[in-house]
Design a protein around this ligand. Structure first.
Ligand SMILES: [Zn+2]
Length: 413
């Protein structure tokens, strides 16, 4: 049978029925439900002329050997957040499998290049707070010493949880071997945002993943009695923080795709009868352009100092985490656009705010690109996450075309 997008949709539903409850998907990495999802996936390989194994970081690799050892990688992740959706991650893995089946059939089990499907382990970081775990080990950007001592909400250490699944974290570096002969990586994912739906487009080309600057910002003022302290004598830490919360809209608004979010505010002493003496906030800034990100960070720092001074307060910053933007491969972007145009008639290029395994693969120096399919209501990481079935079918078809174009490009270069 040639490419069968309906089979992918049916398999996604099968997986959903097997690994979800009333609250949504429960395929959290390193749990029994995740292992059950992988066992189910294993049954789908029966009869295919493939080799498969789990690498040292828990990534699952399915290889269809070709005439050339040069490999086209297709991937996603079967793990989900708790109470997650049916498509996040799984769409990428099952579409990849369908494309591998098509190559196997079309070329009598021996395509011109090697086709490899990967199910990356623990993309979500839902249990231990460490996203992109398996793909970072693959890329060699892992942080084993810092990660192994992470604990879940029950106090179980990450290295113990992985060992239960047969993975020794000390051996993570061996996962880099899987990079051998990798010539390109393609990933299909739901958009998880509202852009494509707003534009009325089923599919989009992902330019790359945005860089992130994430900081804790604390304003220090003076606690004082709310009744006896005149307005002009106050050092109100919340007032300074509030000005910054509004200013970041202006800072982000100068750039087309930039976003800035103050997601957390804690006031101390935090009672109704006291002026706020200390206000702890967080700031998350994202953009695809490193220069834009650096400018936004500098502007937010300057603004915070200005507002602190206006309110007779002081401010301190400490970086929680950051990652540079990862632009995807220019030629693969062009091929992806071609595949989207051939399938949907119209295309749109957009950056990804969320991180994806594809970014780690690109950081390893492997040409990589992602395609997005529209998300209804832009909702994800929730059981109501959904995409129209006609759009899912188009996405499988477009990815298959992208795979064909990419194989031709690999053969030429
Ligand atoms: Zn995902």
């Amino acid at each position: 049978m040639p490419l069968n997008p309906q089979r992918t949709i049916d398999e996604l539903k099968e997986l959903r029925d097997l690994t979800s409850d009333d609250n949504g998907a429960q395929r959290v990495a390193w749990t029994d439900t995740w292992l059950k999802a992988r066992e189910w996936f294993e049954t789908k390989l029966a009869g295919l002329p493939v080799e498969h194994h789990i690498d040292a970081a828990g990534n699952n690799w399915i290889t269809l050997p070709g005439e050339s050892e040069k490999a086209l990688l297709l991937g996603g992740h079967l793990d989900s957040v708790p109470n997650g959706g049916w498509l996040d991650g799984a769409l990428g893995v099952l579409t990849s499998l369908e494309i591998l089946r098509r190559f196997a059939e079309e070329y009598n089990g021996r395509p011109p290049v090697t086709i490899r499907v990967v199910d990356f382990a623990d993309e979500e970081g839902a249990r231990f707070g460490r996203s992109l775990l398996g793909s970072s080990a693959f890329a060699g950007t892992d942080s084993i010493a810092a990660d192994r001592v992470r604990t879940d909400k029950n106090g179980i250490r990450m290295d113990d949880a992985l060992l239960r699944c047969g993975i020794e974290m000390d051996r993570f570096p061996e996962a880099r071997r899987e990079q051998q002969n990798a010539a390109a990586y393609l990933e299909l994912h739901i958009e998880q945002g509202p852009v494509l739906e707003t534009l009325g487009l089923p599919l989009g080309v992902v330019l790359g993943t945005k860089g992130v600057e994430r900081h804790a910002i604390t304003f220090h003022g003076q606690e004082a009695h709310s009744g006896s302290t005149p307005m002009n004598a106050r050092q109100d830490a919340l007032a300074a923080a509030a000005k910054l919360a509004l200013e970041i809209r202006t800072i982000a608004g100068k750039h087309a795709d930039a976003v800035c979010t103050m997601g957390s505010v804690k006031t101390f002493p935090g009672i109704v009868t006291a002026v706020v003496g200390r206000c702890e906030t967080t700031l998350d800034q994202r953009d695809l352009d490193a220069a834009v990100l650096a400018t936004m960070y500098a502007e937010a720092r300057d603004a915070s100092a200005r507002f602190a001074a206006e309110e007779k307060c002081t401010v301190e910053w400490s970086r929680i985490w950051n990652i540079e933007p990862v632009p995807f491969h220019p030629h693969l972007l062009a091929l992806c656009e071609q595949a989207v145009l051939e399938t949907a008639g119209r295309s749109h290029r957009l950056p990804s705010g969320p991180l994806h395994d594809c970014a780690e693969v690109a950081r390893a120096g492997i040409p990589a690109v992602m395609m997005f399919v529209q998300s209804l209501g832009g909702i994800s990481h929730n059981k109501i996450e959904n995409t129209k079935e006609e759009h899912l079918a188009m996405a499988v078809t477009a990815m298959d075309r992208l795979a064909t174009h990419t194989v031709e490009w690999m053969q030429r270069s």
